[in-house]
Design a binder for this molecule. Structure first.
Ligand code: NCD
Length: 298
């Protein structure tokens, strides 16, 4: 594998290899000295055209813990603001000898273009409403470590599915790994083509092993998809009462950033059933595994 552009490109065997290597990376993260010499002398560029907290820091931590040199580029304050194109920026990165480029971009498909313009590996860290494969991998890792397996689990992905690259990548990857995925939300926000669909969260809860809540992405909504925030929360928000309708063993996930009080209440987000903090921790190990495999570090 040269690039990581879509979760749909991963076979079950390839995804499982990433999760297994991530588990080895996680063991290193428990040590006092967290650094491995694996990618010494290699250069990883973080190219972020869109805001990010967790993903950018996580990729940076992952690359540094593998001893790579990391260059952080954010579009704000760069020549992008002077109108420089992605192609010209790509040539600049190429000239600097980037071995891997991690890209987040508001345009769906931008990482595919970039992969044609640089020699190094391209990792998609979120492109528009399209995909976010490392998020799906860290979510799969989190499910596997909490539940012991993924195969056969019933996963509900709830909320603004239409605008969510997290939902798209998770639907693809979790199905590849044998889960039964249902996409849940108001009809205006749930596309039909990703898999099984439900508009009734309450009916689905008692039959779910994993509930993955999504952020309502107001910045990507260019028309009115929702009657009101309150109506949305009333039907699709996860609160304490809904949490108690889940089976005892079920877990609650959210990729962050959360709109607390909209799609999830603080009571649920901070409950022991929530894996939100673990997802962030696991993100570093999973991204270490991805960089390791793509850059062929030994
Ligand atoms: C997500 C993203 O940016 O796609 N966040 C993340 O990477 N953890 C989800 C979101 O923005 O809602």
């Amino acid at each position: 594998m040269k690039h990581l552009l879509s979760a749909g490109d991963l076979t079950a065997a390839a995804a499982t290899e990433i999760l297994d290597i991530a588990a080895e990376m996680a063991a290193v993260q428990g040590r006092e000295i967290k650094k491995l010499p694996t990618l010494r002398g290699r250069t990883v560029v973080n190219l972020f055209y869109e805001d990010s907290t967790r993903t950018r820091i996580s990729f940076e931590a992952a690359a540094k813990r593998l001893s790579a040199d990391v260059i952080n580029f954010s579009a704000k304050g760069s020549s992008v603001e002077k109108g420089e194109s992605l192609k010209d920026t790509a040539w600049t990165l190429q000239a600097m000898g980037a071995d891997a480029v991690v890209i987040r971009h508001p345009a769906s498909g931008a990482p595919y273009r970039l992969a044609n313009w640089v020699n190094g590996s391209v990792l998609n860290a979120g492109d528009g409403t399209h995909e976010h494969p490392t998020q799906a991998l860290l979510d799969a890792y989190t499910i596997r470590s909490r539940m012991g397996r993924i195969d056969g689990l019933r996963v509900a992905i709830v909320g603004d599915v239409l605008h969510s690259r997290v939902a798209r990548s998770n639907a693809l990857l979790l199905k590849t790994l044998g889960a039964k995925v249902t996409l849940v939300g108001p009809p205006t926000l749930v596309p039909q083509e990703l898999g099984d669909v439900s508009y009734d969260l309450d009916a689905l809860l008692p039959d779910s092993d994993v509930v993955m809540m999504l952020r309502v992405q107001k910045e990507r909504m260019h028309s009115s998809y929702l009657p009101s925030a309150r109506e949305y929360s009333r039907r699709y928000g996860l609160d304490g009462a809904r949490l108690r309708r889940l089976p005892e063993h079920a877990i609650v996930m959210h990729p962050g950033p959360m709109n607390r009080g909209m799609e999830i209440t603080p009571e649920v987000a901070d409950s022991p059933r929530s894996t939100i903090v673990e997802q962030v921790t696991n993100g570093v190990s999973v991204r270490m595994a991805c960089l390791y495999l793509l850059l062929g570090g030994k």
